[in-house]
Design a protein around this ligand. Structure first.
Ligand code: HEM
Ligand SMILES: *[C@@H]1O[C@H](CO)[C@@H](O)[C@H](O)[C@H]1NC(C)=O
Ligand SMILES: *[C@@H]1O[C@H](CO)[C@@H](O)[C@H](O)[C@H]1NC(C)=O
Length: 328
């Protein structure tokens, strides 16, 4: 059994490494092999333990990695706390519901004990997001999802400013705006739709979608792309206030393709979700993932890998923080 899982892990790795281009910027799969051999295992165990206590944190970690990578590259800028002289990304309204900082702190502390000053916060976050996807897939397939390796060697950035969060996509964007925005980061429309599938996990708060329900009894002026019954569900959620949470799909802690099925029923929570089914250039992709979960998983994994390489900093362009919340 053990031999089989190792073999299948190796095979998976082979396929994925061949399918993807390794970045030319000093990252490598075995970056910590000599300098901190238990780095991967330490992060994996920390994430596993945290998710056993609270599976909803998987969504937090994946979203945090996304926000990190879309602002100034994957450089842990999302993790730094504001200081007297600087308001960090974290304190932007876009920070709504970013969760899981403690998991990163916990892993970082253990790694500082094992190998001080070696493992970057950006790599810890990238590994933790990868592991979070793995562990929530276990829920689905008792046997566990594919094991895959990611390149490591990201350095932590020295800048984190609230104004940079303007580069995050707003939930009011339509399909063509989303294609353009993700295109600026080098993603195809298909990769954008696959990445949006992260919304198979977690929740949105009323404040992120209430503009779609201009009348809370859902009888007038409702966004026409919402199913009537689902519009009532959203309105009901909002009765409990701006912070009331609405799961994106029926299975908020399971990584599956239910999100795309919901879009087909016009039961997408955010405007930016439902627009993927409304847009002529994305609807076919939504239908494809709704029909074929394996294809979604494969594309999601590849797109996450690519996202994890956005504008990574190497060498003297970054540092390895001692504490993920503070620039050295
Ligand atoms: C396509 C553009 C995207 C938009 C406009 C968007 C917007 C949002 C918004 C508004 C929320 C809810 C925040 C709240 O109300 O608390 C949310 C939640 C979330 N987003 Fe996205 N997002 C996008 C893409 C992504 C991507 C690419 C990922 C990761 C790969 C991601 C992962 C998540 C997760 C996991 C949650 C749930 C968080 C939780 O339950 O703690 N999103 N997103
Ligand atoms: C950002 O997230 C942190 C951690 O969840 C929270 O303590 C803080 O209040 C949030 N800031 C805003 C502006 O929402
Ligand atoms: C999307 O929004 C942009 C900017 O508001 C607008 O110009 C465009 O027509 C919209 N596209 C669709 C398909 O609605």
């Amino acid at each position: 059994m053990a031999a089989y899982s190792i073999l299948s892990a190796v095979l998976c790795l082979e396929i994925i490494v061949r399918g993807m281009t390794l970045p030319a910027n000093g990252l490598s799969m075995n970056y910590y092999m000599m300098s901190c051999p238990f780095a991967e295992m330490t992060v994996k165990n920390t994430v596993s333990r945290a998710l056993q206590n609270d599976p909803t944190l998987a969504a937090g970690l994946i979203r945090m990695h996304f926000h990190d990578c879309f602002i100034q590259g994957c450089d842990a800028s999302v993790l730094t706390d504001s200081t007297k002289d600087n308001t960090a990304e974290k304190d932007s309204p876009a920070n709504l519901s970013l969760r899981g900082y403690e998991i990163i702190d916990d892993a970082k502390q253990q790694l500082e004990n094992q190998c001080p000053g070696v493992v970057s916060c950006a790599d810890i976050l990238a590994m933790a997001a990868r592991d979070a996807v793995f562990f929530v897939r276990i829920n689905l397939f008792q046997a566990g999802g594919p094991v895959y390796d990611i390149p490591k060697g990201r350095k932590d950035g020295r800048r984190s400013r609230i104004e940079d969060t303007i580069n995050l996509p707003a939930p009011t964007l339509n399909s063509s705006e989303l294609i353009r925005m993700f295109g600026q980061h080098g993603f195809t429309a298909q990769e954008m739709v696959a990445l949006s599938g992260a919304h198979t996990l977690g929740v949105a708060r009323c404040s992120s979608f209430k503009n779609r329900l201009s009348n809370f009894d859902a009888t007038h002026d409702v966004d026409p792309s919402i199913d009537t019954q689902f519009g009532r569900t959203l309105s009901k959620t909002c009765k409990a206030g701006d912070n009331a949470e609405q799961p994106f799909d029926a299975t908020r802690n399971t990584f599956d393709n239910d999100y795309y099925n919901a879009l087909q029923r016009k039961a997408g929570v955010l405007f930016s979700d439902q627009t993927l089914f409304a847009g002529a250039n994305t609807r076919g992709i939504v239908n494809g993932y709704a029909m074929n979960q394996a294809m979604f998983f494969f594309d999601f994994q590849q797109a996450m890998w690519k996202m994890g390489l956005l504008d990574v900093k190497e060498g003297s362009k970054g540092e390895v923080r001692g504490n993920c919340r503070k620039i050295n």
